[in-house]
Design a protein around this ligand. Structure first.
Ligand code: NAP
Ligand code: ZN
Length: 380
């Protein structure tokens, strides 16, 4: 959910930012804020004092309760993509309570439970924004490691509070728990949006989900809710039992087992690829039927090789997708509430984040870490 080309901090952004940096993160805005930040590519997170802007006419101030830990947070703190601008406070799966709303804010009031996801700004007037595709706006601003509309740096959800323009705030449906619902704000919309856009929702069709982590396990649940047959394609044989008995997958393929991979050739209509590291696409493309579609969502630090023969000979398609627009994110939350879809989470305290990141790097999470921000983050 980050585009190195248009959405990272450009040279001029950095220049703009450096001028602003005459003021420190702690004093650039009127309101004191506290969170955890990474300072360099060791990725080690530690307490960080900064500040938040005053609540503007169109803003909602959110007291953060929970924040999910996305692999994008890990890529970013480690500078995997080469455009992390430290210090960075990660976190874009935020659930909290609105504590202040500006005078133009119509859909939220104080005390409402709200969500904030991957993006917190866009131009609100381009072709993409007009089509509720703020996520593809050339001026889209990510929730962290990006510059906001006032020229100052955005800090994410591993923090006490956040101030967000109302367009980028979600209503959090009543039936959804705040902790296990939080990961839907990135993982949920990231798999839901391409399934809708690429037409991967026809009941009875066969969906492969490559990589059973945060995105992957939600893809299994959403796929089942659409009535699909779902097969997990995983590098971790130990996840088989849970995939089938807890998450509801119909079958499980170990990607390193040539025998069962061979038996599944040409059996899938669609594949959602959530693998976070460099991996071969050939085996995945081979699993697709003629006219099959592979959507790649993972953001490995190096390019993947695209094998042309299986594409051409089977009229197959490879596409990508970046989170989703705000309207569709709301639709996805309501869909998940209706179908009782939440993430399977391991709830952690803020000071457990560094060991959680180490485990996430080893694909050792069942299946999303969520930080209990309100109960474990307090300034020293
Ligand atoms: P995650 O929880 O770490 O899950 C990724 C899964 O990929 C792992 O659980 C593992 O599944 C598999 N995997 C990891 N390393 C592998 C390797 N070397 N070879 C084969 N499989 C491997 O991560 P996530 O939060 O779901 O995010 C996944 C990726 O999507 C990340 O790159 C993230 O930055 C990106 N992302 C993109 C968007 C977007 O808008 N497009 C949004 C959010 C995240 P198994 O154990 O089952 O093999
Ligand atoms: Zn994410």
């Amino acid at each position: 959910n980050i585009s190195p080309i248009s959405h990272s901090l450009t040279h001029s952004d950095k220049h703009k930012h450096r001028n602003k940096m005459a003021k420190s993160p702690e004093t650039e805005h009127p309101n004191k804020a506290f969170g955890w930040a990474a300072r360099d590519k060791s990725g080690l997170l530690s307490p960080f004092h900064f500040s938040r802007r005053d609540n503007g006419e169109n803003d909602v101030t959110v007291k953060i309760l929970y924040c999910g830990v996305c692999h994008t947070d890990l890529h970013t703190i480690k500078n995997d993509w080469g455009f992390t601008y430290y210090p960075v406070v990660p976190g874009h799966e935020i659930v909290g309570i609105a504590t202040k709303v500006g005078k133009n804010v119509t859909t939220f009031k104080e005390g409402d439970r709200v969500g904030v996801g991957v993006i917190t700004g866009s131009c609100q007037s381009c072709e993409s924004c007009d089509q509720d595709l703020e996520n593809y706006c050339p001026q889209m601003a990510f929730t962290y490691n990006a510059i906001g509309s006032d020229g100052t740096k955005n800090y994410g959800g591993y923090s006490e509070t956040i101030v967000v323009d109302q367009r980028f705030v979600l209503r959090f449906p009543e039936g959804l728990p705040s902790d296990s619902g939080a990961p839907l704000l990135c993982a949920g919309i990231t798999v839901y949006s391409p399934m809708k856009y690429y037409g991967m929702t026809e009941p009875g069709k066969h969906l492969g989900v490559a990589g059973l982590g945060g995105l992957g396990h939600v893809a299994v649940k959403i796929g089942k809710a659409f009535g699909l047959k779902v097969t997990v394609i995983s590098s971790s044989p130990s996840k088989e039992d849970e995939a089938i008995n807890r998450l509801g997958a119909d079958s499980f393929l170990v990607s390193s087992d040539p025998r069962n991979m061979k038996a599944a050739i040409g059996t899938m209509d669609y594949i959602i690829d959530t693998v976070s590291a460099v991996h071969a696409l050939f085996p995945l493309l081979s699993l697709l039927k003629v006219n099959g579609k592979l959507v790649t969502l993972g953001l490995p630090e190096k390019p993947l090789e695209l094998p042309i023969f299986p594409l051409v000979l089977g009229r197959k398609m490879v596409g990508g997708s970046d989170v989703g627009g705000m309207k569709e994110t709301q639709e996805m939350l309501d869909f998940c509430a209706k179908h009782n879809i939440t993430a399977d989470i391991e709830l952690i305290k803020m000071d457990e984040i560094n060991s959680a990141m180490e485990r996430l790097a080893k694909s050792d999470v069942r299946y999303r870490f969520v930080i209990d921000v309100a109960n474990s983050l307090s300034p020293p």
